[in-house]
Design a protein. Structure first.
Length: 620
């Protein structure tokens, strides 16, 4: 079994002789055995690290455990970095309670239920008589207790860093892996983000001769269409001027559709197997992009960190694609970007706001319940949201409409957005099970699944040489560089008034109005950065307005974006050109590739249509 070795810090105290303080930092995501805890990396850019989450839906999860080696025997003081996640809405003790056990000794308990922010909580001391020991995290509630790290020190007056900057310095000093990124190779094309857009971009380029690296910060592929989030594939493929676009998706897409369905519906293994069979694609699962090296407006390399082990790798290439959704690669490289809603005046869009603002579409925390053979007990859960017969949602599941965070920043505030979504689900379900007038109808049901990786719709949009607007869509504007075709209606979400009246400025449900459009072929110029010369983008972070995002953001459409980007990347390789130069000098060759396609012609043309379009629908 692997060991986590400590860093020993020597402190000269200014006394006769030398005194030594021994210290050991154990990052929770490094634990050998995660038990029932899950690794949550969604917020590591803000807090500096992933953490372990006890996502048990009200049922305590199995212990996480790891073997460690202390630098010396002795008495160690123990600190645990954790967070009382309901504190933004409730001032009392929170529900995320857990214990730390060191070589069988339970330390101060419970942890994770006090405080207002991520903080170090003192857990007591332990006498270490054997330098080889075991640490366990013991969940007490199943209500999303979270542990970032456990710190041991022989210094009884130890002061631990609180701010993110100081904490990052502390982590680097205490890391047990090399602080230097390992060179993981030079490629023709590096794709960051393993959602539908990213996997299509990687395979499209690979089949056209590129050596491709695909980086994804989760253990599964598919993004919102994975078993972690469970959103169906919306939009149409095989339409518009390039009817071969979309054929790739027939090779890996799930046969069945629907939101918030059982895990097997989303066929994670099918996607993984499909990628692994591509000889020219090297897959880096569980790696998150954390740093970008640039020179003269050009990306030289990307550094990615393993979300469990902390190892960093460096990937180099002449061209890159940001398929992260949040535009992380663009943000790290200094690409021009925008976020929020434009005003009517800016682009002349009928559906735009009178005055621009920072609001976005929200993120969904989907869930469902399942029948049981006997009554199932769900604990009382009342941590800042009060439900009654008027405001409760008398439902057995929640899909996309359970949407939060429209009035918050979908990157810097995403943890509180996700947590509020979970708070709403738990609070509502507790009311239905324990207090509703029709609670007997819920007695033989169990809360069986709830996403902890929230499904985002909108955050950063990277700006290209062209910004797609509502006018392009309403008027079916012709573009010489027309590429993939968008078919979904303009589908912009807003808080549900019937929910918002009970939860002002904190609605947890959304509605939408579908604005019908023509089937519109989107300019290739929306798929590369206007100021980072070798950066493509595909997914919900492409160069469009907030209004236009309402149509292009669905996954069958983003998959076709990826195909086009992969084709253009192959031309960049052939001609040693930039993405912009493909438009300026090699557009006819890109059109030829789009006509041919890179996917296999298959009979599976299953599509899912919600909303609508003014253009003709292809046969299903």
């Amino acid at each position: 079994m692997k060991k986590l070795f400590c860093t020993i810090i020597f402190s000269l105290l200014g006394l006769p002789g030398t005194a030594f303080a021994s210290e050991l930092l154990v990052e929770a995501e490094n634990f050998d055995d995660k038990g029932g805890w899950v690794v949550d990396q969604q917020f590591m850019d803000q807090m500096g690290s992933p953490y372990l989450l006890a996502h048990g839906l009200g049922r305590p999860v199995a212990d996480a455990s790891t073997s460690i080696r202390f630098p010396a025997k002795g008495k160690y003081h123990v600190f645990v970095r954790t967070y009382n996640w309901t504190s933004p809405w409730y001032q009392g003790k929170g529900p995320g309670k857990f214990e730390v056990i060191v070589d069988g000794k339970r330390l101060f308990s419970p942890l994770g239920c006090d405080g207002q922010d991520w903080e170090w909580q003192y857990a007591g001391d332990v006498r270490i008589r054997n330098v080889d020991a075991e640490v366990r995290l013991h969940d007490l509630t199943g209500f999303d207790g979270r542990c970032d790290a456990v710190f041991f020190t022989t210094d009884s007056h130890c002061l631990l860093p609180a701010g993110n900057e100081e904490l990052n310095v502390f982590r680097k000093r205490m890391r047990t892996v090399s602080p230097d990124a390992r060179d993981a190779g030079t490629y023709d094309f590096v794709v960051v983000g393993g959602g539908i857009a990213g996997i299509c971009a990687a395979v499209s380029a690979a089949r056209l001769g590129c050596k491709v690296a695909l980086v994804n910060d989760r253990p599964v592929l598919g993004g919102n269409n994975s078993s972690e989030i469970r959103v169906h594939m919306g939009g149409q493929i095989n339409v518009g001027p390039y009817e071969k676009l979309g054929n790739l998706q027939k090779e890996f897409c799930p046969i069945n559709g629907g939101n918030a369905q059982p895990a097997e519906v989303y066929e994670d293994e099918k996607k993984l197997d499909w990628i692994r069979k591509e000889d020219n694609v090297t897959l880096f699962l569980n790696y998150r992009a954390v740093e970008v090296e640039t020179k003269d407006g050009r990306i030289l390399s990307v550094t990615a960190q393993h979300v469990e082990m902390g190892e960093q790798i460096r990937l180099s290439a002449p061209v890159f694609s940001d398929c992260t959704g949040d535009g992380i690669l663009g943000l790290l490289s200094g690409a021009d970007w925008t976020m929020g809603r434009e005003s009517k005046e800016e682009f002349g869009e009928e559906l735009a706001e009178d005055v621009s603002d920072k609001l976005t579409m929200g993120a969904s925390v989907q869930w469902y319940s399942m029948p049981t053979n006997a009554p199932d007990v769900f604990p009382e859960f009342n941590y800042g949201m009060t439900f009654n017969e008027q405001n409760a949602e008398h439902v057995l599941m929640g899909e996309w409409t359970w949407e939060t965070g429209m009035n918050r920043n979908q990157i810097s505030e995403f943890e509180i957005i996700r947590d509020y979504g979970m708070l709403a689900v738990y609070s509502n379900w507790s009311y239905l099970k324990n207090h509703a007038e029709d609670k007997d109808s819920y007695a033989n049901r169990q809360l069986s699944w709830m996403a902890y990786v929230a499904g985002k719709r909108e955050s950063t949009r990277l700006l290209g040489d062209y910004v797609l607007t509502q006018k392009d869509l309403d008027n079916d504007v012709y573009h010489d560089d027309a590429s993939f075709t968008t078919t979904w209606s303009i589908d912009l979400h807003e808080p549900d008034p019937s929910n918002e009246k009970y939860f002002p400025n904190n609605a947890f449900k959304a509605i939408t109005h579908h604005h019908l459009i023509y089937h519109s072929a989107v300019p290739y110029r929306c798929l590369y950065s206007r100021n980072i010369s070798n950066l493509f983008m595909a997914g919900r972070n492409i160069s469009v307005t907030h209004v236009a995002l309402g149509t292009v953001r669905v996954m069958r459409t983003t998959g076709m974006m990826g195909e086009v980007v992969g084709m253009a990347a192959s031309l960049c390789r052939r001609y040693k050109a930039t993405p912009r130069e493909i438009y300026q000098s090699y557009l006819l060759e890109l059109k030829s590739l789009m006509l041919k396609g890179v996917g296999k012609d298959m009979e599976n043309t299953q599509t899912y249509n919600i909303g609508g379009s003014l253009g003709p629908w292809p046969k299903e």
